[in-house]
Design a protein around this ligand. Structure first.
Ligand SMILES: [Zn+2]
Length: 314
């Protein structure tokens, strides 16, 4: 590591001068040593920090995998931005994990991640400040059927009933993790419309796009991104034919606008099981699959969840 730092500094010095400068070398060599020592100290402290986050840089809408290096006998409590964090023991490699995240519309800037570890050695407060960075969101204008922007009284009644149903479904997540290993994309199709895009519907209604759209032709198989329980499988006003899977501890995936549903509410599914076929039902501009990830009310970027390596986690 130290050798690399020196090599890097001398490369910069050569570039600065265009030729070797003994004066500059003599001036900067001790600085190089200091930098290398600082880097080594930073690495040493990173190695001893019992808490690690993946990804290391947290942006609005990021899912965050939290690892706490603590023994199996420990009890860990956590909360972050008003959401309870529930830890479970790692499948391999030791320690405890929690899959958490920050909402796409949540506050930016410093946040406090509270972590308290109780063990035979006493209570350790591992709380820390986590900076939530802004993510680059785009704005798009979209045209849909007028009934989706200004629903009539009958439609409003239906929307309200469905919103209550969804709230009930989201409140009843399993008390343990139902997922295992990394998440998989629900379809073999190109992902479009980026997560977090601000959308103007017919120039009026603004909303943040809280999922990932796949350009899937009607009839494409839509599969479970991970194992869990089907907690909703029915036709909804905005979502169209919708399947919601509970992965436990407040984590859900939602597949919308399906042309056909092949699972029943209450059914257990494994990763890759077919949930139905993609389509163009509900509020859409054309056939596609809208796939969303929700954790304790926060909508997270599905692309970032798919990038998390969870093989040794659970
Ligand atoms: Zn969508």
């Amino acid at each position: 590591m130290e050798t690399e730092t020196h090599a890097c500094l001398s490369a910069i010095l050569s570039r600065m001068q265009g030729h070797e400068s003994s004066v500059l070398r003599r001036l900067f060599a001790p600085l190089g040593c200091l930098l290398a020592a600082g880097l080594a100290a930073a690495l040493a402290s990173a190695q001893t920090d019992p808490v690690t986050l993946a990804p290391a840089v947290v942006a609005a809408g990021s899912p965050v995998l939290i690892h706490v290096d603590a023994g199996r006998e420990a009890a860990i409590e956590g909360d972050w931005l008003g959401r309870k964090i529930q830890f479970f023991p790692a499948a391999s490699g030791g320690g405890w994990f929690a899959l958490a995240g920050v909402d796409v519309e949540g506050p930016l800037g410093p946040s406090t991640l509270h972590i308290l570890v109780r063990s035979g050695e006493g209570v350790h407060d591992l709380s820390r400040t986590v900076e939530v960075e802004a993510a680059p969101y785009l704005t798009r204008s979209i045209k849909v059927a007028p009934k989706f922007v200004e629903p009539g009284p009958e439609e409003l009644k239906r929307i309200e009933a469905e919103s209550k149903l969804k709230a009930k479904v989201f409140a009843g997540s399993a008390a343990e993790t139902l997922w295992a290993s990394s998440f998989r994309a629900p379809v073999t199709a190109q992902a479009t419309d980026s997560f977090g895009t601000r959308r103007m519907f017919n120039g009026k209604l603004a909303s943040v796009h809280k999922g990932m759209d796949f350009r899937a032709a009607t009839g494409t198989s839509v599969r479970a991104g991970n194992s869990g329980t089907v907690v909703l499988a029915r036709l909804l006003y905005y979502e169209g034919n919708c399947v919601i899977i509970d992965h436990g501890l407040g984590l859900f995936t939602l597949s919308m606008h399906l042309s056909r549903i092949d699972v029943r509410e209450g059914e257990h599914v494994a990763t890759g099981d077919r949930l139905g076929l993609s389509g163009a039902t509900g509020r859409v501009t054309g056939p596609h699959l809208h796939w969303a990830v929700r954790w304790q009310g926060a909508y997270l970027d599905p692309a970032k969840l798919l990038r998390l390596d969870l093989r040794s986690v659970r």
